[in-house]
Design a protein around this ligand. Structure first.
Ligand code: FES
Ligand SMILES: [Fe+2]
Length: 383
């Protein structure tokens, strides 16, 4: 049994430094199980890009905590989410990560068949069992909301307020409720998606994203475009602040060359700036004048996190077949540099050197707030 104290570690001697979580928070399967229960299965979880389900019957399956969830589009065009489990004897309904059915989902075991609203519509000998309620034995629904063109699902019986726990992150970070709307993310088109299989605990990836102390060391291309990042102060450090492009920089591209036309609603003070934000627990949003980069994390084990990263552009940019590789390459490199750093750190989490954790310097102190948030969600009880 592992104890999760409310205050994880004693204060270091130096006031410049505050402690991180101890190493076992990144390696203990029991703590990961608690995080699955109290974070990923309790909060709104960003599951799929709505456009990926482009027609009725299209489906995607995603892992949310310990549950597998199927998200599909009904014949009326609405998105629905269900536990990916047959109500008969529990076989997994869809094994594929993505696919398409015509009108119904059929279990491969004994052929119980559900319509796209989850209702049981057919089963061998069902006619001879008139007492079976087809709704009651339908698929188990999961709550679903759409925001920024993504389907967010929540496994909780009573989901927390979407506004307080999801959209509020944008207000808190950008200081203005309208600021994120200017990018029209829900109307953008997918220009590129890259999936990264990262051998690191999800919290290392969050912590890394929240600070820029490492930018000068590992992100030469990014600091060329955003010179203020070389100072080590992340864009997330100040409410409403976006890092300004360097004077010579024409666009948010790997070599600072021209990007695409500014998205139509992006305001003058948002132009030539980069804004990063974290929507806890698993989403990062990066806003630049001509595109949006959105990361969704899927924590699969205490030491493994799959990250899907989408590059989203104005629909006409994607439809025209324009070459997006220069802007994709910039953040793809940033991702690889970041995830390599996280993978370099993960093995140390089991070392005696990290038994009490490490330290955060002043421009990383906001990561301490993230740690407190995690501890609070875990209840400060026993894991
Ligand atoms: S387990 Fe699905 S039909 Fe039997
Ligand atoms: Fe980074």
């Amino acid at each position: 049994m592992t104890t999760i104290p409310m205050s994880p570690v004693p204060l270091p001697d130096s006031p410049s430094l505050i402690s991180t979580l101890p190493g076992h928070y990144y390696t203990d399967p029991e703590i990961f199980r608690q995080e699955q229960e109290h974070l990923f299965e309790s909060m709104w979880f960003c599951a799929v890009r709505s456009d990926d389900l482009d027609k009725p019957g299209a489906f995607r399956t995603v892992q949310v905590g310990r549950e597998n969830v199927i998200i599909t589009r009904t014949r009326k065009g609405e998105l629905r989410a269900f536990l990916n489990i047959c109500r008969h004897r529990g076989a997994r309904l869809c094994m594929e990560e993505a696919g398409e059915v015509r009108r119904s989902l059929q279990c491969p075991y004994h052929a119980w068949t559900y319509d796209l609203d989850g209702k049981l519509i057919a089963a061998p000998n069902l006619i001879k069992m008139p007492d079976v309620d087809r709704v009651e034995y339908g698929l188990i629904k999961v709550s679903l909301r759409e925001w920024l063109g993504y389907a967010w699902v929540c496994l909780a019986d009573e989901p927390p307020s979407f506004e307080e726990t999801v959209t509020h992150a944008a207000v808190e970070r950008l200081g203005d409720p309208a600021a994120i709307e200017h990018y029209g993310t829900e109307n953008l088109a997918l220009g590129k998606r890259i999936t990264y299989d990262v051998k690191a605990n999800w919290k290392l990836i969050v912590e890394n994203f929240m600070e820029c102390y490492h930018c000068a060391t590992i992100h030469p291309e990014l600091t060329d475009v955003l010179p203020e990042f070389a100072e080590g102060y992340a864009a997330q450090y100040y409410v409403g602040h976006g890092a300004e492009f360097g004077a010579e920089v024409k666009g948010f591209t790997v070599d600072g060359s021209e990007g695409f036309a500014k998205l139509p609603q992006v305001s003058a003070d948002q132009d030539r700036r980069y804004y990063a934000m974290t929507v806890k627990p698993t989403v990062f949003i990066n806003l630049v004048p001509d595109h949006v980069i959105l990361h969704r994390m899927f924590p699969l084990a205490e030491d493994r996190t799959v990250v899907e990263c989408d590059w989203l552009y104005a629909p006409e940019v994607v439809a025209s077949g324009a070459d997006v590789s220069k802007s994709v390459e910039l953040f793809h490199r940033v991702n690889e540099q970041d995830f390599e750093a996280c993978e370099r750190t993960q093995p140390a989490m089991t070392s005696r050197a990290y038994r009490k954790g490490g330290v955060l310097v002043p421009n990383e102190h906001h990561i301490g707030i993230f740690h407190e948030w995690v501890l609070e969600r875990l209840g400060g009880g026993h894991a």
